[in-house]
Design a protein around this ligand. Structure first.
Ligand code: 5GP
Length: 186
């Protein structure tokens, strides 16, 4: 398998986490890029597995020193990808999957590394809203903010190499597997 960077972006509620986890299980040589974030850990999240949880001073120190391949503010917190983390994996011949927002995705597309970008969408904004409400975890204000953000992200989907609509989960997974197989074939 040729080592590649896979950028996966999606508005919240599009089902990205489920799809990403299935892809990572399917390919031994595809590893998850563990980002740095200033967000506090959610219940069950593990430092060094889900994220490197970092305070703002440490995060900005890394960013200012040019150690982030990309970084952005998302929903009020900073998120970034360590350049060293990515280089180590690519040098070891592994492909890396970056689960990052559109701002970060576009920075990676422009950074000169060979990357494949995938945008995952819900079939419609109505379905996206239903999914966000169905979680039952967010306040009305948070849901509205996420929907506004989703609209802005969807408006940039044309920058991505592949757009996958997550209507039927199994079909979306097959499509993603096909993309990874095809992109790493040579
Ligand atoms: P969450 O806080 O729900 O884990 O992630 C919120 C958003 O931040 C998601 O859209 C996720 O893709 C994005 N994100 C996670 N890590 C990074 C990163 O390293 N860089 C950027 N730009 N976005 C990230």
């Amino acid at each position: 398998m040729a080592a590649k960077l896979f950028i996966v972006s999606a508005p919240s509620g599009a089902g990205k986490t489920t799809l990403v986890n299935k892809l990572l299980k399917r390919f031994d040589d595809l590893v998850f890029s563990i980002s740095h974030t200033t967000r506090l850990p959610r219940e069950g999240e593990v430092h060094g597995k889900d994220y490197f949880f970092t305070d703002e001073a440490q995060f900005m120190e890394m960013a200012d020193a040019g150690q982030m391949l990309e970084w952005a503010q998302v929903h009020g917190n900073c998120y970034g990808t360590s350049a060293a983390f990515i280089q180590e994996r690519l040098s070891a011949g592994q492909s890396v999957l970056l689960d990052i927002d559109v701002q970060g995705g576009r920075q990676i597309m422009d950074c000169g590394l060979d990357s494949v970008s995938i945008f995952i969408m819900a079939p419609s904004l109505t379905v996206l809203e239903q999914r966000l409400r169905g979680r039952g975890t967010d306040t009305e204000e948070v849901i509205r903010k996420r929907l506004e953000n989703a609209k802005k992200e969807i408006a940039q989907k044309s920058f991505y190499t592949h757009v996958v609509v997550n209507d039927v989960l199994e079909e979306a997974i097959s499509e993603l597997i096909g993309i990874v197989e095809q992109e790493t074939a040579n």
